[in-house]
Design a protein around this ligand. Structure first.
Ligand SMILES: Cc1cc2nc3c(=O)[nH]c(=O)nc-3n(C[C@H](O)[C@H](O)[C@H](O)COP(=O)(O)OP(=O)(O)OC[C@H]3O[C@@H](n4cnc5c(N)ncnc54)[C@H](O)[C@@H]3O)c2cc1C
Length: 448
């Protein structure tokens, strides 16, 4: 079993090792100087930070983005070295594509987005898996439509854990709940607020891009003034404007937009002076990161009777479930996903435990020889990246108000943006981009 603090070389190169090293080692020399007095300093070069910078620069403002990692994109990251084909370690689908600014941009830039329905094509159930019949598939689909309505009705009266409203009693209900919670919201229903889930929108339509969504986001950030490998350590906002201390020197700005994930904020790496008010600290704590983790498998050409873009759910007892996106764009890859508490458990166990789990699922589904067709298996480790610490945030039961509190600026100069503040598009890259834009417009009103 692999020690979580000693990543494989491949993980290290991918910047996804269990350690901070890949993200900590600066690629940009310390000699690189920071602009000392931008109008706005933006913390984080993920989707939210990049779109905030674009909006402010279009209005003629001087900005700098301070990014801890040695690349831009944050949780949007495509990398080709590991599998020889572009692979998205983070976000992959352009979701809610009819409202997502990335779809028109991806089309304009020639990425040729592919509409993918994300509806389950096969569900297997049980330790010795049995494939659902068409009737069972239809019933599962109907439950995926019915359960959100039941939850929304409950949300009118109270908040609490979603698990107190939705209790699965049949295999179809179990499968629908796995797909809706660990695989989508990245948390188990017992850890999710009824009201928070009721606010989330249906994320269809969904598109995939063969060159990777991280590549689209990297293009979105091209040419922006980013200082890479520049972790922000302290933000002082007691005097005039905001003074930001980084490992490469200090920046003084009129305002600051913080886009670090709630996981990164909870870690306390960024210290605030004066200390953040209690209501803000509470909001950060009430929006913990969930975890969706990928177990990508590179195969030798075997297809197990599946077609490109098939979506498979293997539902077992005890939340040990796995979803596979199969052979997207005809690539020899099956991308396994685990979510919620089971994803945290596998992260703690390490890459070998995670890949063994996926190979065991293949063996159960497609026979003893199935794992022998796998040439390479990996595991995403977002939980261990200190600048992220999970996949995306969800409100704890009873704490649906946390998103509003997290969004509230402090002293007209500390602003917060990112996926956690994206309203009904929370948790998505499109939502993060829209949040960055909206907050930048608020800042413009303040510093105009
Ligand atoms: C496995 C996985 C699958 C996903 N799938 C999808 C999907 O299919 N579709 C979808 O829409 N979304 C998906 N998401 C979610 C999506 O990736 C995120 O919602 C989005 O990328 C978040 O953008 P952001 O700008 O809010 O945050 P981030 O991308 O996290 O950007 C914040 C930046 O702040 C930096 N930072 C943190 N601390 C500091 C510091 N102290 N100093 C300087 N910089 C700092 C970080 O390094 C990071 O680059 C997925 C996420 C994961 C992890």
């Amino acid at each position: 079993m692999q020690n979580r603090f000693q990543p494989s070389r491949r993980e290290f190169l991918a910047g996804l090792g269990g350690v901070s090293l890949a993200a900590l080692l600066p690629r940009v020399s310390f000699a690189q100087s920071l602009p000392l007095n931008p109008d706005v300093a933006i913390i984080g070069a993920g989707g939210a930070g990049l779109s905030a910078a674009r909006t402010l620069m279009q209005a003629g403002k001087n900005v700098v983005i301070l990014e801890a990692m040695s690349r831009i994109g944050g949780r949007a990251y495509t990398e080709s070295a590991t599998f020889g084909v572009p692979f998205d370690w983070g976000c992959q689908w352009i979701q809610a594509a009819d409202r997502n600014p990335l779809l028109p941009l991806a089309k304009e830039w020639g990425f040729d987005p592919y509409l993918h329905d994300l509806e389950l094509d096969r569900i297997y159930y049980g330790a010795t898996p049995r494939r659902f019949t068409q009737r069972e598939m239809d019933r599962t689909k109907a439950i995926e439509e019915r359960f959100p309505k039941i939850n929304r009705r409950a949300a009118r009266w109270r908040d609490g854990p979603v698990s107190s409203v939705l209790v699965p009693r049949t295999p179809e209900e179990e499968a629908a709940m796995t797909y809706m919670f660990p695989m989508d919201m990245a948390v188990d229903p017992g850890e999710l607020s009824i009201r928070d889930w009721a606010r989330q929108t249906d994320l269809a339509p969904n598109y995939l891009v063969q060159k990777g969504l991280g590549t689209v986001v990297a293009k979105f950030g091209e040419g922006l003034p980013v200082s890479l490998s520049t972790p922000v350590k302290r933000i002082r906002y007691g005097g005039k404007g905001v003074a930001i201390e980084t490992e490469k020197g200090d920046v003084q700005a009129k305002a600051c937009i913080i886009t670090a994930s709630t996981g990164a904020l909870q870690s306390g790496f960024i210290r605030f002076d004066p200390k953040l008010p209690d209501w803000k600290e509470d909001a950060i704590g009430e929006l913990p990161m969930g975890l969706l983790a990928k177990i990508p498998l590179l195969l030798d050409g075997e297809r197990f009777g599946l077609s490109p873009f098939d979506d498979i759910l293997y539902e077992r007892s005890g939340l040990q479930d796995i979803y596979f996106l199969c052979f997207p764009f005809g690539m020899n890859m099956m991308i396994g996903f685990v979510g919620g508490s089971f994803a945290w458990h596998l992260t703690a166990e390490g890459t070998e435990a995670a890949t063994d789990f996926a190979l065991d699922a293949l063996r159960r589904l497609f026979g003893e020889k199935a794992p022998s067709h796998v040439k390479k298996a990996e595991f995403s480790r977002w939980a261990n990246i200190p600048w992220v610490r999970g996949s995306y945030a969800a409100a704890l039961p009873g704490k649906a108000g946390a998103r509003t509190a997290l969004a509230r600026p402090i002293a007209d100069r500390l602003y917060f943006a990112g996926e956690a503040l994206a309203g009904p598009l929370a948790q998505t890259i499109g939502g993060a981009i829209l949040s960055g834009e909206a907050v930048a417009r608020d800042v413009l009103k303040q510093i105009a």
